[in-house]
Design a protein around this ligand. Structure first.
Ligand code: BMA
Length: 345
């Protein structure tokens, strides 16, 4: 069996057979002795370019949501051979298998009307806005002046109202909170200053109308020195509502001699006032280790833009781009993540 899925299944079995990996509890301890909070699906990568109904160089960093029908929808970033990305919808009943991929893209860059989309659209984050009865998609538009955050609204992922840029460049890794906080919409995003003095930190901004943004404040600062999240951090999926507050999965970048290493850690924001960071993990908790995460267009990258929670089991499905090439899913109980963060934050 020489398919991508076959290769990955074999690697996964090999990994499971390594000494020290137990699959009997919610937390796995790998052979390095660290807790593995998320369990990778044995069939990873669940989606790869070869599954696509049309030629695609890479499929990665999908936004995710559960539809009213109960189906999981992924809005997948698809990169063509020019290097430009667009979004295509994939649906599955269980969020793991049986993916039905649309024959044509849902959103393509339209630089004639939206000049900021000149070099493509990337990394969508999806949030259901109850008040508007629509999904908000915050995504990166790659403009001539650098990446910026754009907003589109949709009811059905077939027609979209593009609201255009909501931040100037350089800014990315943005998601809305699902409802107003203190009467205003709140946006987490990651502006980058070009002075050379500033790191890439996570910011929070507020708006009365999803158009005019203000009261900008830095929410979380990249660490320094040898830390896994030194120099550059950004939000990964949209904030996850839990009884203890808003759980953030965020990425940190470590620059190494052989390139950037993308890993993820956790933070918890106050439920009523997300300007308050209650806890932040010292350690990263999910990093590239499987073959499909270490090999690809950009090696050693795991990058998530979406999760879906199964309310009946309390389990979180985290979808992530692997090596900027394919898509994996890993699962963890929200309670396990909160417990770990309490002990490691
Ligand atoms: C980040 C984003 C992601 C990408 C990652 C690794 O800056 O652009 O889209 O997955 O780099 O290349």
């Amino acid at each position: 069996m020489d398919t991508v899925e076959g290769q990955m299944a074999r690697q996964s079995v090999e990994r499971q057979n390594m000494p020290g990996i137990s699959s009997s509890s919610d937390i796995f301890v790998d052979r390095t002795g660290f807790a593995e909070l998320f369990k990778r699906h044995a069939g990873n990568p669940i989606l790869a370019p070869g599954h696509w109904p049309y030629p695609a160089n890479s499929v990665f960093n999908p936004g995710a949501t559960r539809l009213a029908s109960g189906e999981t929808l992924l809005l997948v970033r698809v990169e063509d051979r020019r290097g430009a990305s667009h979004f295509t919808v994939a649906r599955s009943a269980d969020g793991i298998s049986g993916w039905r991929i649309d024959d044509s893209p849902a959103l393509i860059p339209l630089p004639q009307e939206y000049p900021e989309e000149l070099w493509g659209i990337e990394d969508p984050r999806i949030v259901w806005l109850e008040e508007l009865q629509r999904y908000a998609i915050t995504y990166t538009s790659f403009s001539r002046n650098g990446p910026l955050v754009a907003l589109a609204l949709t009811e059905d992922f077939r027609t979209f109202e593009r609201r255009g840029p909501i931040t100037p460049p350089e800014d990315k890794d943005a998601a809305l909170f699902p409802s107003r906080i203190g009467g205003r919409w709140a946006l987490i995003h990651r502006p980058v200053a070009t002075t050379g003095l500033s790191k890439a930190n996570i910011w929070l901004s507020f708006s009365p109308d999803l158009k005019h943004w203000g009261d900008h404040m830095m929410l979380m600062e990249a660490r320094e020195g040898s830390f896994w999240d030194a120099g550059k951090i950004g939000l990964s999926p949209p904030p996850i509502e839990t009884p203890e507050g808003w759980l953030l999965i965020y990425h940190g970048v470590r620059h190494t001699a052989s390139g950037s290493l993308y890993r993820m850690g956790l933070a918890l924001l106050d439920r009523d006032d997300p300007r308050i960071v209650i806890r932040r993990s010292h350690d990263w908790m999910f990093g590239p280790s499987a073959g499909y995460e270490s090999m690809g267009d950009v090696p050693n990258v795991v990058f998530s833009c979406g999760t879906v929670t199964d309310e009946s089991t309390g389990e979180l499905h985290m979808y992530y781009g692997a090596a900027d090439t394919s898509i994996g899913v890993a699962t963890a109980k929200v309670s396990t993540l909160l417990d770990w963060l309490r002990e490691n934050g």
